[in-house]
Ligand binder design. Structure first.
Ligand SMILES: *[C@@H]1O[C@H](CO)[C@@H](O)[C@H](O)[C@H]1NC(C)=O
Ligand SMILES: *[C@@H]1O[C@H](CO)[C@@H](O)[C@H](O)[C@H]1NC(C)=O
Ligand SMILES: *[C@@H]1O[C@H](CO)[C@@H](O)[C@H](O)[C@H]1NC(C)=O
Ligand SMILES: *[C@@H]1O[C@H](CO)[C@@H](O)[C@H](O)[C@H]1NC(C)=O
Ligand SMILES: *[C@@H]1O[C@H](CO)[C@@H](O)[C@H](O)[C@H]1NC(C)=O
Ligand SMILES: *[C@@H]1O[C@H](CO)[C@@H](O)[C@H](O)[C@H]1NC(C)=O
Ligand SMILES: *[C@@H]1O[C@H](CO)[C@@H](O)[C@H](O)[C@H]1NC(C)=O
Ligand SMILES: *[C@@H]1O[C@H](CO)[C@@H](O)[C@H](O)[C@H]1NC(C)=O
Ligand SMILES: *[C@@H]1O[C@H](CO)[C@@H](O)[C@H](O)[C@H]1NC(C)=O
Ligand SMILES: *[C@@H]1O[C@H](CO)[C@@H](O)[C@H](O)[C@H]1NC(C)=O
Length: 367
C-alpha cells in the first residue's frame, strides 16, 4: 500500500507530466516528440513543451496560423501541419522557430500566403513541403512573392507536387540558390519558359512527371540545359508525336544520361503513335511531308478562291456595262461624231496644204 506522501508525490508527478503536454496531444520527452493527430483541433495548442524537436499537428481543422501560434519552441526542427485546412499563412509565422529545418504544409488550402510567410530568422529551413497545399492556381503569384522574400537561400528541397499549377511566373525560383530537389509532379504545366528555372544552379533533381507537356520547344530545352547537374523525370506527360516534335526527341536521345525515365517515355497522341518510344521518334518522318503537301493544297485553294473573286468582279463590271448600254452607245456616237469633225477639219487643211497654187499664195504673202 502506498502511503499518503507517496500518493501525493505520484499525483504531483502525474500532474506535472500532464501539465507539460497540451490536451489531446501525446508527448514523449525521450523522443523529443509531440503529436496532436486527428483531434479536431481548430488552432495550434498552447503549452507545447520546450524540449520538442518533432512536432506533428496533423489531420485537424486548423485554418489560420500566425506568429503567435509558435512561441518558445526554439528546439523544433521538424514541424508538420499537413492535412489541415490552413488557408492563410501570415508573414513571420515560423520566424521564432530558430532551429526549424523541415516544414510540412502538405494537404492544406493555402489561398493567401503573405510575402514573408516562410521566413525563419536563423535561415535554417532545408525542406519545404507544399504538396497539394495550394487552394488553386491563383495562389501561385502569392507563392512566387513569398519564395522571393522569405530568405530561403538555404532551402534544399521544395515539394510543389499535386497542385494544379498551369505555369510559373518567370524567375519564381531564382532566390532558392541552394535548392537541390524540386518536385513538380502531378500539376498541369503546359510549357517551360525562358526563365522558369533561372537561378537553380545547384539543382540535382527535377520531377516533371504527370504534367500536361505535349512537347518541349527549343525554349524549354534550352531552359532544361541550363540545369546541367539536374537529373530529370518526364514520364506520364501527354507527348504528342506530330511534326515539330523532332528537336525534342533528338534532345531526349542526346540527354538520355540525365533523364532517369528516358527509356519509358512514350507518345500519347496521335492514336497511331501511342506507346511509341520517344527515343525513336526522331528517326521517324511523322508524315511531315504530307503536312507540306497539305500546305501546297491550301496555297492552291487560295489561288482558286482568288480566281473566283476576280471572275465575279469581272461579271459585275460587264453587268454594269450592260445596264448603261444606251448611255454608252450615245457617248460612242458622240465620240465618233467628234472624231469625224476633227478628221474632216484635218482633211480640209491637208487639201489646202497640198494645193500648189494656194501654197504659193501663202508663201508670197509671207514674203
Ligand atoms: C532546447 O533544448 C535544450 C537542450 O535539450 C534545452 O537546454 C533548452 O532549454 C531547450 N529550449 C527550450 C526553449 O526549452
Ligand atoms: C525531420 O526532418 C528531416 C529532414 O530535414 C528528416 O530527415 C527526418 O526524418 C525528420 N524526422 C522526423 C522525426 O520526422
Ligand atoms: C541556427 O540553426 C542551426 C541549425 O541550422 C542550429 O544548429 C543553431 O543552433 C541555430 N542558432 C540559433 C541561435 O538558434
Ligand atoms: C510531402 O508530403 C506528401 C504528402 O504528405 C508526401 O507524400 C511527400 O513524400 C512529401 N514530400 C517530401 C519531399 O517529403
Ligand atoms: C481560385 O479560387 C478563387 C476563390 O474561389 C477564385 O476567385 C479564382 O478564380 C480561382 N482561380 C482559379 C485559377 O481557378
Ligand atoms: C494528383 O493531384 C490530385 C489533386 O490535385 C489528386 O487528386 C490526384 O490523386 C493526384 N494524382 C496522383 C497520381 O497522385
Ligand atoms: C510560356 O511559353 C509558352 C510557349 O512556349 C507561352 O504560350 C506562354 O504564354 C509562356 N508563359 C509565360 C508565363 O511566359
Ligand atoms: C527567350 O530567350 C531568348 C534569348 O535567350 C529570346 O530570344 C526569346 O525571345 C525568349 N523567348 C521568350 C518567349 O521570351
Ligand atoms: C500502351 O501501353 C500500356 C502499358 O504499357 C498498355 O496498357 C496499353 O494497352 C498500350 N496501348 C496501346 C495502344 O498499345
Ligand atoms: C540516339 O543516339 C545514339 C548515340 O548515342 C545514336 O546511335 C542513335 O542513332 C540515336 N537515335 C536516334 C533515334 O536519333
Amino acid at each position: 500500500m502506498l502511503d499518503l506522501a507517496q500518493r501525493v508525490v505520484l499525483c504531483t508527478l502525474l500532474v506535472s507530466v500532464y501539465a507539460s503536454c497540451p490536451p489531446r496531444c501525446e508527448c514523449s520527452e525521450a523522443a523529443h516528440t509531440v503529436k496532436c493527430v486527428s483531434k479536431d483541433l481548430r488552432s495550434v495548442p498552447t503549452g507545447i513543451p520546450g524540449y520538442t524537436r518533432n512536432l506533428f499537428i496533423t489531420g485537424n481543422q486548423i485554418s489560420r496560423i500566425g506568429p503567435e501560434s509558435f512561441k518558445g519552441l526554439d528546439n523544433v526542427t521538424n514541424l508538420s501541419l499537413s492535412n489541415n485546412r490552413i488557408s492563410e499563412v501570415e508573414s513571420h509565422t515560423f520566424a521564432g522557430l530558430r532551429s526549424l529545418r523541415s516544414l510540412d504544409l502538405s494537404n492544406n488550402q493555402l489561398a493567401v500566403i503573405h510575402p514573408e510567410a516562410f521566413t525563419v530568422l536563423n535561415q535554417s529551413l532545408r525542406e519545404l513541403n507544399l504538396s497539394r497545399a495550394l487552394y488553386n492556381h491563383s495562389s501561385v503569384m502569392d507563392l512566387a512573392t513569398s519564395l522571393r522574400w522569405s530568405s530561403l537561400g538555404t532551402l534544399q528541397g521544395l515539394d510543389l507536387s499535386d497542385n494544379s499549377l498551369i505555369y510559373f511566373p518567370s524567375h519564381i525560383f531564382s532566390h532558392l540558390s541552394n535548392l537541390r530537389r524540386l518536385q513538380l509532379s502531378n500539376n498541369s504545366l503546359v510549357a517551360i519558359n525562358n526563365s522558369t528555372f533561372s537561378g537553380l544552379e545547384h539543382l540535382e533533381e527535377l520531377d516533371l512527371t504527370l504534367n500536361a507537356l505535349k512537347t518541349l520547344p527549343e525554349e524549354g530545352l534550352r531552359e532544361l540545359d541550363s540545369l546541367p547537374r539536374a537529373v530529370l523525370l518526364l514520364g506520364d506527360n501527354p507527348f504528342t508525336c506530330i511534326c515539330g516534335i523532332e528537336p525534342f526527341a533528338l534532345w531526349l536521345n542526346r540527354s538520355q544520361g540525365r533523364i532517369r525515365d528516358a527509356e519509358g517515355l512514350v507518345c500519347a497522341f496521335p492514336a497511331s503513335m501511342r506507346n511509341t518510344s520517344m527515343l525513336v521518334v526522331g528517326t521517324l518522318t511523322l508524315g511531315c511531308q504530307q503536312r507540306d503537301a497539305g500546305g501546297d493544297l491550301t496555297l492552291q485553294t487560295s489561288y482558286v478562291f482568288l480566281g473566283i473573286v476576280l471572275g465575279f468582279i469581272g461579271l459585275i463590271f460587264l453587268f454594269v456595262l450592260y445596264l448603261n448600254r444606251k448611255g454608252i452607245k450615245k457617248r460612242i456616237y458622240d465620240m465618233r461624231d467628234a472624231c469625224r469633225e476633227v478628221w474632216e477639219g484635218y482633211h480640209y487643211r491637208f487639201e489646202i496644204d497640198s494645193d500648189p497654187r494656194l501654197s504659193q499664195v501663202s508663201t508670197s504673202v509671207d514674203a
